[in-house]
Design a protein around this ligand. Structure first.
Ligand SMILES: [Zn+2]
Length: 333
C-alpha cells in the first residue's frame, strides 16, 4: 500500500537520465569534474559495459576493466592514444569477477604497473573461474541441471556455454589489495565508502561518495535491465535472490535521494530509490507467479522456464549458471 509520503518521495525521485547518448567507441564523457565515463563493446546481447575513471591526484583510478578480448584491447589502445592520452592509471578497482568487468585486469595492471583492488571474495572467485573447467566440475554441473528437470539435450547445450572463460580474461594479476564493505577510501580529493552486496555476484563492490552524492552501483542497480541473479552449480542451495533483495533494501535505506547513479551497464541516472523499487517489485511479482503456478503440483525449473517464469542464462553468461533469478527463491517457497 502506498502512503502519501511514498507518493511524494517517488515523484521526487523520478527517473532521469542526464545523458541521452552514451559515449561512442572513441569518446569519453565527463560526468562531473574528475569523473569520466567510457563504454566498451561486448560480444553478447548485452552489448556494452561501462568503465569509469576517477581523478586520483597525479593519476586516475579505473573502475572495471572490460571484457578480455582483442576488440577491447584495441578499443583501450585507441582511447589511450586519443582522448585518454593524458591519463595514467594508478589504481584499478574491479567490482566483481564477471569477465566483462575483470576481463582485462591483468592487461591494465601490466600496462600501467598499477595495483588491483577487489573484494577478497571476488578476487578468489576470479581465481576459481580461471581454474575451473575440470571434468569433475562439469559432472557436478551436469547433475545440477538434470536435478532441475533439464533433459540431456538442453544440459549439453548449457554445458557448452561459458566454458571459454579463460579466453575472455587476461591472466589475473597474482596479487591484489583487498577492499571490504564499510571501508572508507580516498580517491583524489574524494572520499568513497565501499559497499558490497550479493545476488548478482557474491560480494560485488559499489562506491559511494557522500559529498558529491555520487554512487558507482556496478551491476547491482542498472538503469534499464535487471542484473542476472543466478543459482550456480557450485552452491546449489544458494539464496541468490534473497541476497540480492536484501542488498537492494540496504541500499535504499542507507543512501540518500538525489544521488547520481553510475551503473556497470546502461546510462547514468537519478532516481535510485525508484529504480530499486522497480527491481524489487519485478522480482516479487515473478516469485508470486511461480508460487501460484506451483501451488497445486510441484514443478521443476525446466517447467517454470517453459511457463515463462524464469530465464535461461543468455549466451555470454557463464555455463555454470542455471536460471536467471527466481529459482533460488522458488526452491524455498
Ligand atoms: Zn556486467
Amino acid at each position: 500500500m502506498h502512503s502519501r509520503t511514498d507518493t511524494v518521495h517517488s515523484s521526487a525521485e523520478a527517473l532521469r537520465y542526464p545523458w541521452e547518448n552514451h559515449p561512442g567507441p572513441d569518446q569519453v564523457v565527463e560526468v562531473m569534474p574528475g569523473v569520466l565515463w567510457v563504454r566498451l563493446k561486448l560480444p553478447f546481447r548485452l552489448n556494452h559495459v561501462n568503465i569509469y575513471l576517477l581523478a586520483d591526484g597525479e593519476g586516475w583510478t579505473m573502475v572495471d576493466s572490460g571484457f578480455g578480448n582483442e576488440e577491447s584491447i584495441a578499443a583501450w589502445t585507441a582511447l589511450f592514444e586519443g582522448p585518454l592520452a593524458h591519463v595514467k592509471i594508478t589504481r584499478l578497482i574491479v567490482t566483481h569477477s564477471h569477465p566483462d568487468h575483470v576481463g582485462l585486469a591483468g592487461w591494465i595492471v601490466e600496462r600501467f604497473n598499477c595495483p588491483l583492488h577487489m573484494s577478497q571474495v571476488e578476487y578468489l572467485q576470479s581465481v576459481y573461474h580461471q581454474n575451473r573447467g575440470t571434468e569433475e566440475r562439469r559432472n557436478a554441473q551436469r547433475l545440477f541441471f538434470r536435478r532441475h528437470g533439464m533433459d540431456e539435450n538442453l544440459t549439453d547445450k548449457l554445458l557448452g556455454r561459458g566454458q571459454d572463460y579463460l579466453k575472455r580474461v587476461s591472466i589475473l594479476p597474482p596479487s591484489y589489495r583487498r577492499i571490504s564493505h564499510g571501508d572508507e577510501i580516498s580517491i583524489g580529493t574524494r572520499r568513497f565508502k565501499v559497499i558490497t552486496g550479493g545476488g548478482h555476484a557474491l560480494d560485488q563492490v559499489m562506491l559511494y561518495c557522500a559529498a558529491d552524492k555520487l554512487f558507482l552501483s556496478a551491476d547491482q542497480v542498472l538503469s534499464k535491465i535487471s542484473p542476472n541473479v543466478s543459482v550456480w552449480a557450485v552452491e546449489p542451495d544458494q539464496n541468490s535472490l534473497g541476497e540480492y533483495l536484501a542488498s537492494l533494501a540496504s541500499l535504499t535505506t542507507t543512501l540518500p535521494y538525489d544521488v547520481i547513479v553510475l551503473p556497470g551497464h546502461g546510462v547514468p541516472f537519478y532516481g535510485l530509490k525508484t529504480r530499486i523499487k522497480q527491481l524489487a517489485d519485478h522480482h516479487e511479482d515473478r516469485c508470486r507467479l511461480i508460487a501460484e503456478a506451483c501451488r497445486e503440483v510441484p514443478k521443476t525449473s525446466k517447467e517454470r522456464l517453459a511457463a515463462g517464469h524464469a530465464a535461461l542464462p543468455r549466451s555470454g553468461d557463464s555455463g555454470g549458471a542455471l536460471l536467471a533469478s527466481r529459482i533460488g527463491m522458488v526452491s524455498r517457497l
